[in-house]
Ligand binder design. Sequence first.
Ligand SMILES: [Ca+2]
Ligand SMILES: [Ca+2]
Ligand SMILES: [Ca+2]
Length: 152
Amino acid sequence: MNRAVLGAFIALVLVGVGLFWWQGRAEIQNSAPPPPDVADAPDPEKLPSADIAGLSGPKPPEATELTREQRRFFRFDRNRDLRITRTEMLSTRTAAFRKLDKDGNNLLTFEEWAVTTVERFDEADENGDRELTAAEFATTAPKPQPKPKCNC
Ligand SMILES: [Ca+2]
Ligand SMILES: [Ca+2]
Ligand SMILES: [Ca+2]
C-alpha cells in the first residue's frame, strides 16, 4: 500500500515537473521574434552601398590648444572647478617647505631654512672647532663653471 502511494506521489511530481518545463518552453517560444521574411533579406553576396554625393558627416572631435595663461591656471586648479582656492595656490610651495622642514614638525627654524649654508659650513670646518680658517673657507668657493663650447 505504501509503495502504491509513494509511486503515485512520484508520478504526480514528475507530471508537475514536466508541465512546468513545457510551459516555460512555450513562453520562450511565444516571446521569440518572428522569423525574418526570406524575400526581404539582403543578398549576402552584395555589398551595401548608398549615394553620398552632397552629404557631409560631423567633424571629428579636436582638442583645442590651451593658452599659456590657461595652462598656468590649471597647474594651480587641482580639482578643476575653475576656481583657485588659497590652499591650491599655496600647494606649489608645499613640496619646497617639506624639503626644508627636516624634522617634519611643520615649523621652519632658522637652521632648517639656512640648511644649505649650514651644511656647507659643517663640511668646510675640517677640525670641527666651529670656525673656518682662510684655508677652510676657501673650500666653500663656488666651483668654476666649465666654459660653454664655441659653436664657431
Ligand atoms: Ca579649484
Ligand atoms: Ca622643522
Ligand atoms: Ca675650523
